[in-house]
Each structure stands twice: as structure tokens, then as C-alpha cells.
Design a binder for this molecule. Structure first.
Ligand code: ACM
Length: 271
């Protein structure tokens, strides 16, 4: 079986709160491209900047069981793709900034953003699910969401669990992530597909958010395979040779994982 897969991403500009429109628009933007994996942005169905907890609650959904997961399951079944997409999750009274992974045979799993960013803390609880690698048959896919990039333990944990590809739904506002993801890929020899959004949201006084785009696919050598613009909606597909991520050797003498000095590292505590 070939180790080459086609991985796509969408860079969108969702209209806040217009869930049905944002879902159908994402599908239109993708057109009939072919891929094994498609990654969509964080909160791609709702937009990002909630004005109140009530608003966030009304726009959140159970995963699985909500309409957005249902839409994505239908899309995955029709297209044969595995799809990873970000959405607000409601479980009882608690909200999480989550991502769902679905495939042609239905629901696969979910991840809840571990490191919630800035004012998200007013709406979402920090994720309580372990970092998980989902074995889709054609690839082992780890998920992290936007600001999780800022914590290198996130990508490391997924890579140590055998992730070939990190699917990274995002709504980036800080400028550093696209470059930082090159390092995350290099230090773990994994692929990463970051699906970001563009546009601005101005729903809170004095808090205009400009999203930086630059969605990208990066390979285990840190090579940018594709990087999208800063300001346009775009759809792209990159070929990923997964054998590259499965070989952790840097040269004849160094292996990125075998050479780790766990006897010297102290990363488990507070200081
Ligand atoms: C972010 O985590 N959406 C910046």
C-alpha cells in the first residue's frame, strides 16, 4: 500500500452565527477536489467571537449528535474523506472548543482544545480529553486546536503516540504560529496541516480580531508544502509521503525519539 496520501485544507471566512450558510459554503469552496484527509478551521461553523455565554451555548452542539457533526458525517460518507473540523461542543452545561474527526464509516472521535486562549476562557472549559492519535487505516492522525501550538508538549505527545499527521484547526490572531509549526514538525518529524481562517470579527467593544490566514501543510523536514494567503478563502491539497514521518532517523547516528534523554528531562512538574 502506498504511503502517499492527499491532505487538504480549507481557509474560510465564516459569517458569525450563520451555521447553515457556513456549512454549505465550506462544501462549495472545496468543490469536488479529491483527498484522503480534509482539515477545516477552528469554530468553522459559527465564527469565533462570542458576546455572551448564552450566545456560545446556543451555537454549541453535542459531539456526536449535533447538526454540524451530522453534516460532516454525510460529507465524509459521500466523498470518502476523513474530515477534521473545529466546532463549539456542549456537554450538559459545559462548553468546550472542540474538533471532531469523522470518516466514510461515520463518527471517529473528538478532541477538546487543551490550552484555551484569552477571552475563550469566559465560555469554554479547558479540554479534559487526553491527546489522542486516531488510526484511520491510511494514516495516524493527531489533533490539536489553534493555541495548543504554543505548548510544544502537545505536538510531542501526539508524535510519541505515533501520529503521522497533526490536523490543526485554527483561528489564529497572533503572528507566530505559521513559522512555529515548522519547528513543531522538525522537532517531531511529523506532518502538520493547519487550517486557519481569514477576515475580521468586531463583536466586542475595543476588541477587533484580525485572523491571519496562512493555512499550511508542512512536512517532517520543516518544508512548507503549501501556504495560503493572509486574506483570501482558499482550498488546497498536498501530497504527504507518510514514510517520511515514520522514519525518525536524522542521520546514521541519530534517531529523534531513540536519542531522547528522558533520564535528564524534567517536564512533569511545575518547576
Ligand atoms: C486561538 O487559539 N484561536 C488564538
Amino acid at each position: 500500500m502506498s504511503s502517499i496520501i492527499q491532505a487538504g485544507f480549507l481557509q474560510t471566512d465564516p459569517e458569525f452565527g450563520a451555521v447553515d450558510k457556513n456549512l454549505s459554503h465550506a462544501k462549495q469552496l472545496w468543490e469536488d477536489r479529491k483527498a484522503d484527509l480534509l482539515v477545516l478551521p477552528e469554530l468553522f461553523n459559527t465564527g469565533y467571537q462570542f458576546q455572551s455565554l448564552d450566545e456560545a451555548r446556543n451555537l454549541s452542539e453535542p459531539i456526536p449528535g449535533g447538526p454540524t457533526t451530522g453534516f460532516l458525517m454525510d460529507w465524509a460518507r459521500e466523498s470518502g474523506m476523513v474530515i477534521v473540523a473545529g466546532l463549539a461542543e456542549r456537554e450538559g452545561d459545559v462548553l468546550y472548543n472542540s474538533a471532531v474527526i469523522v470518516g466514510p464509516r461515520g463518527y471517529i472521535g473528538k478532541f477538546r482544545k487543551a490550552h484555551i486562549f484569552d477571552t475563550e476562557t469566559q465560555f469554554f472549559q479547558p479540554g479534559d480529553l487526553p491527546f489522542t492519535v486516531f488510526d484511520t487505516g491510511f494514516a495516524k492522525i493527531g489533533i490539536m486546536i489553534c493555541f495548543d501550538w504554543r505548548f510544544p508538549e502537545t505536538a510531542r505527545t501526539l508524535a510519541l503516540q505515533g501520529a503521522d499527521v497533526i490536523a490543526h484547526p485554527a483561528n489564529l490572531v497572533l503572528p507566530d504560529c505559521p513559522q512555529a509549526m515548522i519547528t513543531r514538525c522538525l522537532e517531531n518529524r511529523v506532518f502538520a496541516v493547519t487550517a486557519d481562517r481569514v477576515g475580521t470579527e468586531q463583536r466586542l467593544p475595543g476588541a477587533t480580531l484580525k485572523f491571519i490566514g496562512q493555512s499550511q501543510a508542512v512536512d517532517p523536514d520543516g518544508t512548507i508544502l503549501i501556504r495560503a494567503s493572509e486574506d483570501r478563502e482558499e482550498a488546497h491539497v498536498a501530497a504527504l509521503d507518510l514514510d517520511k514521518a515514520r522514519n525518525k532517523k536524522i542521520n546514521g547516528h541519530n534517531d529523534l525519539f531513540a536519542d531522547r534523554r528522558e533520564d535528564l528531562y524534567r517536564v512533569g512538574g511545575k518547576g
